[in-house]
Design a protein around this ligand. Sequence first.
Ligand code: AMP
Ligand code: MN
Length: 346
Amino acid sequence: MSESAGVAAGAAVPTTSARLVEQIRDEVLQRQRFLITSHARPDGDSIGSQLAMAFALDALGKDVRIINADPPPPHYLEFPGVNRIEIATEVAAGVEADALIVMECGDLGRTGVKGFEPYFIINIDHHVGNRMYGTVNWFDESAAACAEMVFDVVRALDVPMTREIASHIYLAIITDTGSFHHSNITPRTFDICRQAVEAGVNPAAMARRIFDSNSFGKLKLIGALLDRMELADEGRLAVLYLDDAMLEACGCTHNDTEGLINLPLTAREIQAVVFFKVADDGVRVSMRSKYDVDVRIVANAFGGGGHKNAAGFTVNGPLDEVRDAILDQVKTAVAEGVQERPTSVV
Ligand code: AMP
Ligand code: MN
């Protein structure tokens, strides 16, 4: 059942989410010094959730530091406050804080930052399988983006919905829904976006900035990737490969790969995409799917996680050894989830 604190406001019996939002509000209000973090290799939802939360805490006069294992993708650097993210894989000794807010992480290891364990942890996440590692744990799988949950916290804190906060929440939602393609979208998603636009977000500018900020090198990389794309499972499954040589030939880095995985899904027949990013120390595997094809099950089987339509994991070893086993499992997911007739749009 969907438990939305926002939608349930005013209901006679508070939902679990509503109670947790109140608890987080109370824990935040009685503390002063905050650390904020999210997962390694940040995406739009991790950046947006962290910055929206940071601006809300700023407004309350709190001390806030954001610590991430990896830098944000370059096209997010122009978003307000992103340059305040500190990059470190370990919390420096003696860093004092009254609470650590972890967003978007099923377990603390996903942060990629060592030394977070001793803090008072507020865990806010929407990934199925969250390990409830916090002192306070709010997990809501019905949220299309973690930033939907952050939105509820910001409202509960009674902080004005500034353009900065709204922009980060909108950024998180538009990216985590695959620009409104995934099956995790609810009326609440649009209600929050509506309020973000009311607060001054310009949807056209946001979409252009987020999705149309490619370099010429990235356009070349798109060509190279699609040229090498393989089709399997009678055209229902696309497989993409990327290695350092391809990146180098196009003048790109791993930071330029965001969004590329969605390209094959624009073909009507293709139901799922597996993207193998091969590096010296292993293979990073990303998956995307349409409708009810559940790639999270595959990610779980290989020690990763994610959502039904977007999931991933890392393999420590050569691609040849794991490729077929992974593709077999994705084919099973396609067979189980594929819709024989296209979903009606009305
Ligand atoms: P990506 O393909 O890296 O964009 O990830 C897609 C989704 O899967 C995101 O929600 C990630 O947070 C999640 N995900 C990716 N890798 C992992 C992992 N190793 N463990 C848990 N979740 C993951
Ligand atoms: Mn997310």
